[in-house]
Ligand binder design. Structure first.
Ligand code: 5GP
Length: 346
C-alpha cells in the first residue's frame, strides 16, 4: 500500500492539539468572512510548506487567530470543525487542549469558553462522528500564578461535572516568559484533585532548573521535551527522571522544525527517545498554524527514521496506553485497533 494511504487509513490517537492552533484554512476562511473589518489574511494565520518562523513569530500567529475567535459562536464552530477534521484524518481518540479566555466585547467568560468546547464535543457525539474527544484545560504560563490557580479551580469543577470530558490540565504558552516555580502549587493542586497533567517542558534551551522542578510533581505526559537530553544541552539527570517515572513524550515534528527549535527533521529528538524504547506519541501541536495533519506527521517520522508500516502501526497502537481517559476507554480503543489491524501484522 502506498505510504500516504497507509498513514491515512491508520487509526490514530492525537494527544497534543491546541484548539486555536488547529484551525484549518477552510475554517479561517469562514472566520475572516465573519470579521472582514479585522483585515486578516491567510498568510497571517498559517506557516506554509518550506516556511519557518521564530518561536516568537509563532506566538504572534496565535494572537491573530485569537482576534478571529472571540465569541461562543466562533469557539463552537472552530471546535466542531477541528474535531471533524481530525476524525476525517483517521483520528479515533483526541485530547484537545485550549486556554479559556474572557472577552468583554462579546461577553465571553472562561466558564462559557469551557462549556462551549464541551457543547461542541457533545454535538459531534450526537452526530456520531467516529472519534472520542476529551478536553484539557490549558494554563498559559504568561498569565502567572493567580490565573493558573483560578484555571485549575475551574478545571476541577468540570472534572466533576462534565461526565468525563474534562480530564486534565495543559501547561503551555510562550516558554520564554515566566517561570514554572510560580505555577508549581497550582499544578500540584490539579494533580492532587485527580486532573491529569501534560506539561510543555524544555521546549527551548536553558530551562534545566524549571524542568527539574516540574518533573518532581511528576507530570503524566511531557509536551516536546526538545532540550531534555544531554545532546541538546539538557542532562542525564533530567533524562533519568523522565525514564524512571516512565513519562511519555508528545512529539510534534513539523511544529518543532517550522518553529526552529529543531534544525531539521533528521535531528528531531524523536530518534533519541524512540531508539531508547521510551514511550513517545506523534502529535500535530497546531495542525492549522503548521499546515499539517496527523497522517503527514506519521509519514514524516516514517520516512525520516526508516520506520516500517508495522513499526508505525505499533507506534499508533501504543499511544492508547498514554491517553488520560480511564482504562475502560483504553480497552475499547484497543479492540478498535484489533478490528482494524491488517492481516500481515497479526
Ligand atoms: P488555544 O489555547 O488558544 O486554543 O491555542 C493556542 C495557544 O496554545 C497559544 O496561545 C499558546 O499558549 C499555546 N500553544 C500552541 N502551540 C504551542 C507550542 O508549540 N508551544 C507552547 N509552549 N504553547 C503553544
Amino acid at each position: 500500500m502506498r505510504p500516504m494511504r497507509f498513514m491515512r487509513e491508520l487509526p490514530k490517537v492525537e494527544l497534543h492539539a491546541h484548539l486555536n492552533g488547529s484551525v484549518s484554512f477552510q475554517t479561517i476562511e469562514k472566520l475572516i468572512r465573519r470579521k472582514p473589518q479585522l483585515n486578516i489574511e491567510h498568510s497571517m494565520t498559517a506557516i506554509g510548506k518550506g516556511q519557518r518562523r521564530t518561536l516568537d513569530e509563532c506566538f504572534q500567529v496565535f494572537k491573530v487567530i485569537h482576534q478571529l475567535v472571540d465569541s461562543e459562536e466562533d469557539i463552537f464552530m472552530v471546535a466542531t470543525d477541528v474535531i471533524k477534521e481530525f476524525a476525517a484524518d483517521g483520528v479515533k481518540y483526541l485530547e484537545l487542549r485550549s486556554t479559556p479566555r474572557e472577552e468583554t466585547t462579546t461577553g465571553l467568560t472562561k466558564r462559557r469558553y469551557i462549556e462551549t468546547v464541551i457543547k461542541a464535543i457533545q454535538q459531534c457525539k450526537r452526530e456520531r462522528v467516529d472519534i472520542d474527544v476529551r478536553f484539557l484545560v490549558a494554563i498559559d504560563r504568561r498569565n502567572g500564578s493567580q490565573v493558573a490557580m483560578e484555571t485549575v479551580q475551574l478545571a476541577e469543577e468540570f472534572l466533576l461535572s462534565s461526565d468525563g470530558l474534562v480530564i486534565g490540565i495543559d501547561l503551555s504558552g510562550d516558554p520564554t516568559v515566566g517561570h514554572g516555580r510560580d505555577l508549581l502549587s497550582a499544578l500540584q493542586k490539579a494533580k492532587d484533585s485527580g486532573l491529569k497533567l501534560s506539561l510543555h517542558l524544555s521546549e527551548v534551551p536553558s530551562q534545566h532548573d524549571e524542568t527539574d522542578l516540574l518533573l518532581n510533581i511528576p507530570p503524566d505526559r511531557i509536551g516536546h521535551g526538545t532540550f531534555l537530553h544531554p545532546e541538546m544541552g539538557g542532562s542525564q539527570g533530567l533524562v533519568d527522571k523522565v525514564v524512571q517515572n516512565n513519562i511519555p513524550l508528545e512529539l510534534c515534528l513539523t511544529s518543532n522544525v517550522k518553529g526552529q527549535t529543531v534544525q531539521c527533521y533528521a535531528e528531531h529528538h524523536f530518534k533519541y527517545w524512540y531508539q531508547m524504547g521510551h514511550p513517545v506519541v506523534i502529535c500535530t501541536d497546531d495542525k492549522g498554524v503548521f499546515a499539517t495533519d496527523l497522517s503527514q506527521e506519521y509519514k514524516m517520522a516514517a520516512t525520516t527514521f526508516g520506520l516500517s508500516h508495522e513499526a508505525v502501526w505499533k507506534l499508533s497502537q501504543q499511544a492508547i496506553d498514554y491517553i488520560f481517559a480511564p482504562d475502560s476507554v483504553k480497552e475499547q480503543l484497543k479492540q478498535k485497533w484489533r478490528d482494524l489491524q491488517p492481516q500481515e501484522f497479526k
